[in-house]
Ligand binder design. Structure first.
Ligand SMILES: [Cu+2]
Length: 369
């Protein structure tokens, strides 16, 4: 099935004052879609909007006209209304139904195009959990870059421009939804089932370039590279920090993306830096490092100190107690908190556990013992 070519149609298709559809698109979507499939969605949406507007104006106009034209006048006796007209009823059933069929066809076409990824798409895997996104690249690595939303870090996922990208998605806990407003895509993510979305986006001709404002220095391979950023949000309410479950898709030229892939492994990191990276990516949505209380207890001066659990027991935070808390968090619940932490069993390798310990130690004045 070929998709209707709607590029340019958005404005040309409707003989309206120039720019009005642009204004509507900005009003509803904050800007035009950045993928061809997304532009098709906008086109269908705005087409349906004008269809409804035209009918609204026609029907309301007729109503007001008739109300005034046939108003009650002194001395005129109102004739009885006819109560049935088969011909009329067939017309007002069949005509609107025929109007809806084209809407269904273009809508379904657009839907199918968004559901079925092209065969040559690059496939990446996404794992969603309270309250973050993990995205694994083909070489098994994850992005180490992040930006902030509110007070917490959210990951930046680099993607190549002008290449279809397919995401295979799964949840480790509750239901989430992967939503990229700029691409007009949204897909549920469920535990025990894979779902997918795909997109293919280009860089705008006037794309800005990466630099110091993005934490790069001039020796970085990404310095001066054109890019465009697109927000990812969770669109399925999944608990306290749902609104901060975000990420940024950063589109860069494909050759630069390939170069970047080669630099993202964690092999060269010291244990504390690796621990910090894992913390930012997987733990920071619930644990702070500044002493304030989050969904979980802070890690500032946690290591080497005593924790109290709801079953009345206590334990000094050390390798054994931390390991158990990370792999089987539901076994003992810290007093004052609830059983909110997802198990990281099978998600965190032994060397990564060591790295987390090293990082937790570096945050405690008893870390040395
Ligand atoms: Cu979510």
């Amino acid at each position: 099935m070929r998709m209707l070519d709607t590029s340019g149609l958005l404005n040309a298709g409707f003989a309206l004052p120039a720019g009005i559809n642009d204004t509507l698109t900005r009003l509803w979507f904050r800007g035009p879609a950045t993928t061809a499939e997304g532009q098709h969605t906008d086109w269908v949406y705005i087409g349906i909007f004008w269809f409804c507007t035209a009918w609204f104006v026609l029907l309301m106009g007729l109503m007001f006209y008739w109300v005034i034209r046939y108003r009650r006048r002194p001395g005129t006796i109102a004739p009885a209304s006819p109560n049935h007209s088969t011909k009329l009823e067939i017309v007002w059933t069949v005509v609107p139904t025929l109007c809806l069929v084209p809407m269904f066809i273009v809508g379904f076409q657009g839907y199918m195009h968004k559901m079925v990824a092209p065969g040559d798409a690059i496939e990446l895997s996404v794992s969603a959990y309270k309250w973050n996104w993990d995205l694994e690249y083909p070489n098994g690595s994850q992005s180490r870059e992040s930006t902030t939303i509110g007070s917490r870090p959210v990951p930046i996922f680099y993607m190549p421009a002008d290449r279809p990208i397919k995401l295979r998605m799964n949840s480790r806990d509750v239901m989430h939804a992967f939503w990229v407003p700029d691409f007009r895509i949204k897909a549920d993510i469920m535990p025990n089932r894979y779902t997918s979305v795909w997109f293919n986006t280009s860089l705008p001709a006037d794309a800005a370039t990466l630099g110091e404002a993005h934490g790069l220095n001039e020796s970085s391979p990404m310095w001066g590279v054109p890019y465009s950023d697109h927000w990812v949000f969770c669109a399925e309410y999944c608990g306290n920090e749902h609104s901060e479950m975000a990420a940024v898709i950063r589109v860069v030229p494909e050759d630069k993306w390939n170069q970047w892939l080669g630099t993202i492994g964690t092999a060269g990191l010291s244990p504390i830096d690796l621990g910090k990276f894992i913390y930012q990516r997987k733990c920071a949505s619930c644990h702070t490092i500044d002493g304030s209380k989050g969904t979980g207890p802070t890690w500032l001066n946690k290591w080497g100190y005593e924790s109290k659990y709801t079953d009345g027991s206590t334990a000094i935070m050390d390798e054994n107690s931390a390991r158990e808390s990370i792999l089987v968090p539901a076994k003992k619940i810290v007093e004052g908190y609830s059983n909110q932490m997802t198990s990281f069993q099978g998600q965190i390798k032994d060397n990564e556990l060591e790295a987390i310990f090293a990082y937790m130690k570096s945050l405690s004045d008893r870390g040395g013992n």
